[in-house]
Design a protein around this ligand. Structure first.
Ligand code: AMP
Length: 175
């Protein structure tokens, strides 16, 4: 199994992006390196723990990059959880609080079927609002979310507390 350490050193901290006070974790150096990218996908696939996964759900937009590759590797389908107004078919939506204001994520009504096992994947867990909303969408459609996996977790924001008693796994935790 690859070591997460080399991935950690590849992440680029961008100060004050997109707004003052935010330290943005730039994952593009991982994506552009074939070994890092493959290692990240291998480590995320390992969080499935060998369980049969029917669908991997990814969160708009950087979550798609990882989730679609994980889905392919696990032999699962891929499901996009998108920001409001992007999905063309019948959707369900959940709104959630941001630091200022709110945001909305949407899922196609037929994206998952009752009883299907789903792994939810995103690039980064911050406050947990986005992943929490995605979880609600998936579970309201009757799917069984068997894990929620992140490449990066900002541990000091305690986002996991918003995700209930799900199996949460992060490859890299920053405290
Ligand atoms: P949250 O809903 O607060 O957990 O925010 C998670 C989403 O916002 C993820 O999909 C990330 O892509 C993005 N995000 C939040 N904070 C950062 C950060 N410091 N660096 C990079 N992406 C972030």
């Amino acid at each position: 199994m690859p070591s997460p350490d080399s991935l950690r050193s590849a992440i680029r901290d961008v100060i004050d992006f997109p707004t003052p006070g935010i330290v943005f974790k730039d994952i593009t150096p991982i994506l552009s390196d074939p070994v890092h990218f493959r290692d990240a996908i291998t480590l995320l696939c390992d969080t499935a723990g060998g369980r049969k996964i029917d669908k991997v759900a990814g969160i708009d937009a950087r979550g798609f990059i990882f989730a679609s590759a994980v889905a392919d590797r696990l032999g699962a389908g891929f499901v996009p959880v998108r920001k409001k107004g992007k999905l063309p078919w019948k959707t369900r939506q959940v709104s959630y609080a941001l630091e200022y204001g709110e945001s909305v994520v949407e899922l196609h009504e037929d994206a998952v079927a009752p009883g299907e096992s789903v792994l939810l994947v995103d690039d980064l867990l911050a406050t947990g609002g986005t992943a929490g909303a995605a979880l609600k969408l998936l579970e309201d459609l009757g799917s069984e979310v068997v894990g929620v996996s992140f490449l990066i977790e900002l541990g000091f924001l305690n986002g996991r507390e918003k995700l209930g008693d799900h199996k949460i796994e992060s490859i890299l935790i920053f405290d």
